[in-house]
Design a protein around this ligand. Structure first.
Ligand SMILES: [Zn+2]
Length: 68
């Protein structure tokens, strides 16, 4: 079961508590991961600001305006 792609997606790590990478909802890499969850824009921005890496394919930090 795969719901409609959310605006942003954050992939969780093995612990299911630590976030490992932020994606945009339409990123092709999301479809390959089974541990992604949709989040709001604010949550995605928050994750990026907390040093969660941005996906290098969909570049959510650019889309969200979070640039170091
Ligand atoms: Zn991505």
């Amino acid at each position: 079961m795969r719901p409609a792609p959310p605006g942003r997606v954050v992939a969780r790590g093995l612990q299911m508590t630590n976030l490992v990478v932020v994606h945009m909802g339409d990123c092709w890499a999301v479809a390959k991961s089974s541990r992604c969850l949709g989040v709001s824009r604010a949550q995605a921005v928050d994750a990026l600001r907390q040093q969660v890496p941005a996906c290098t394919h969909c570049r959510p930090h650019t889309a969200l305006g979070v640039l170091d």
